[in-house]
Design a protein around this ligand. Structure first.
Ligand code: TXA
Ligand code: MG
Length: 342
């Protein structure tokens, strides 16, 4: 059996199967609250290498280690900084990855050759049960072929990984839809490496200090996180990411869409925009006031655009604050860092 429902995770025979697969260096695709992950024993180099092959991922891009218990972190790091204690107690289990100095338990295959390791404790109960059943920490990147949008539905991971991994666990649609926030605590001042559902403001409030936002300079500077330098989330079509007043954006799309074959044009936008947009393929991301919903629908919509073989994809930019920062971070990457200012 290579596919199971997330509801079966409590069965003893399933737990035994998970342990068996992971202890033999196998791969399991499973849901987390953020996106689906493709997991292997983080302490087994050969297993880790298989993940890179299955994803087609560059081997210098480090993997996140997932634990089911906060107490386990000390087994994999040289020390736990004070800021980490605080963030773990506020935000774990949950969508926050903390970068620590690693110890020798974590092989360089996991950290992409770095002396640091990103660790998180997911809040997804299915993910937690799988880690517990495995009995080892699981390194798990997002379960998508490298460069494709991360997977938020079981159908996506099935398309990409059936036959390539030992087990796929169906958890339906994930809760958040964007990958975890990544924060580096190996420097004196914490550095935000990837925005997510745990926002910069939330972190600053808990730590009571200002943190450095490395994602602001992602386009021009040397990447702080190896993941920053790769094209991500790119659909096959050309993304036109439009920043400006709602009226201007709507007028631009209505004008520009007609310069292409309309059957090749797609628009993905908040509900409030979509009503006034004249296009054949439109995907409603959710209300502009409900960024949670927009975040959950984002990768799904990008994949739908691909499935329709659309070559021109128009997307209005959103205010890049709070969860909107994470949404815009993914959209800017999807647009190959090109934003059209109107
Ligand atoms: O929500 C998530 O984090 C998902 C689920 C499956 O947990 N995982 C995920 O993994 O998004 P991945 O491999 O697609 O993204 C990991 C990101 C990359 O941008 C990587 O560069 C960064 O985390 N990262 C991991 N370890 C790091 C380290 N030691 N130093 C700096 N960045 C690190
Ligand atoms: Mg990824």
């Amino acid at each position: 059996m290579c596919m199971i429902s997330g509801n079966d995770i409590y069965k003893n025979e399933i737990k035994a199967q998970i342990k068996e697969i992971i202890s033999h260096g196998g791969l399991i695709v499973f849901p987390t609250e953020t996106v689906y992950g493709i997991g292997a024993d983080a302490t087994n180099k050969e297993a880790v290498k298989r993940i890179f092959v299955a994803k087609g991922r560059p081997s210098d891009n480090p993997l996140i280690v997932h634990v089911a218990d906060k107490e386990d972190v000390k087994k994999y790091v040289t020390h736990i900084p004070f800021y980490a204690e605080k963030l773990m107690s506020y935000f774990w289990p949950g969508p926050l990855t903390i970068v620590f100095h690693k110890n020798d338990t974590i092989p360089y295959e996991v950290s992409g050759g770095l002396d640091t390791v990103g660790i998180r404790m997911p809040s997804s109960v299915i993910a937690q049960e799988i880690i517990k059943a495995a009995g080892v920490p699981l390194c798990a990147p997002s379960a998508n072929i490298s460069g494709k949008p991360s997977s938020t539905l079981f159908e996506h991971v099935k398309d990409d990984f059936l036959g390539k991994v030992d087990l796929l666990v169906d958890g339906g649609q994930v809760e958040i839809g964007l990958e975890s926030t990544v924060i580096d605590l190996t420097t004196p001042i914490p550095v935000l490496l990837r925005p997510g559902a745990i926002t910069k403001t939330m972190i600053e409030k808990v730590l009571d200090i200002g943190i450095i936002d490395a994602t602001e300079h992602e386009i021009s500077d040397i990447p702080k996180s190896p993941g920053m330098k790769y094209t991500h989330y790119a659909p096959k079509g050309h993304v036109h990411l439009l920043e400006g007043d709602k009226e201007k954006v709507i007028a631009y799309i209505n004008r520009k869409a007609h310069t292409f074959d309309l059957m090749k044009v797609g628009v993905m936008a908040p509900t409030e925009y979509l009503k006034e947009i004249d296009a054949f393929y439109k995907i409603d991301l959710g209300s502009i006031n409900q960024t949670d919903e927009i975040g959950r629908n984002l990768f799904l919509a990008l994949r739908q655009m691909d499935a329709l073989n659309l070559t021109e994809i128009f997307i209005p930019a959103l205010p890049a604050k709070d969860f909107g920062q994470a949404i815009m971070n993914r959209l800017i990457k999807a647009a190959g860092h090109q934003v059209i200012h109107l």
